[in-house]
Design a protein around this ligand. Sequence first.
Ligand code: NDP
Length: 320
Amino acid sequence: MSSAEEEKVVVVTGGTGLVGLGLQHVINEINPPNEKWIFLSSKDADLTNTEETRALFKKLHPTHVIHVAAMVGGLFRNMKYKCDFFRINMKMNDNVLEICKELKVKKVISFLSTCIFPDDVVYPLDEKMIHDGPPHDSNYGYAMAKRMVDVMNKVYHEQYGCNFTAVIPTNIFGPHDNFNLEDGHVLPGLMRKVYDAKRDGTPFTVWGSGKPLRQFIYSRDLARLIIWVLQDYNEISPIILSPDEEDEISIKDVAQLIVEAFDFKGEVLFDTSKADGQYKKTASNKKLRSYQPNFKFTPIRQGIRETVDWFIENYEVARK
Ligand code: NDP
């Protein structure tokens, strides 16, 4: 076997979450030859613990790492636990990248997020703006820890020649999301509420005005793009993975699609006493489109329907 044909051992941290399970789904579909994919959970190693992380990575000997694991959460959890978001994510990222350097891993892809961008910027966001000003105060701890991944990718490359890069997805949704109202993101939270409202015969209340605009990426589309990044994206600087700007949608319209997917006939209310968060954070996918002009994103109506169907079928086991 030539070195080009040597088996790739791709280790995915955070393999049991929304993104990790989306990746597993797509990998099981395409079953790539000469590649062994290993999906980790926190039970395999607590990535905040250096020795546990080193022991596991030494055992697995990855050639490639997709570092998905993080402490994540929606607006309200982010506001409450800023220090934990900062410290836990900093520890995990520092351990994973340092150990990948030690073990000479050929490529590492980490995850940033569009909510780490400066609050006061001219839209649309692009990859060069990450460090241009402070992030929104609501997720300051999470955002600053994530920004440091971009710093680490650059300095590990410049000092040690490491091939560490990062992707910046917009809001992700799909099967296996966290449907908990306190801890989860907006879209699964809305699904949970419609499910409960339909079951209990009560109104469906959306927190906030419904006016904020967001771009949502379906976890299975994201998985396909990550596989492309692993194979063919050769920059250290990060890349935004998002549907096109014209696909930006209001929370109100998303709520309507969820209502349709559940066939919910009750009343829909907007509780404007609850915070809206950032009004919008439109991201440009120009860089992605320069590499992938023909990539077809799943229409949001279809992605929402598939996710709602999954949630209904898996209600007992879903995180909620
Ligand atoms: P989930 O909460 O669904 O999954 C988190 C994963 O991280 C789980 O597999 C969890 O393992 C693992 N994990 C958490 N803490 C530890 C730890 N201390 N040690 C080892 N593993 C740990 O997250 P998502 O899939 O939604 O997010 C994945 C990535 O994408 C994150 O880096 C996030 O910042 C980023 N992102 C997410 C967005 C979104 O909308 N969801 C938007 C943009 C970026 P276990 O199951 O064992 O707890």
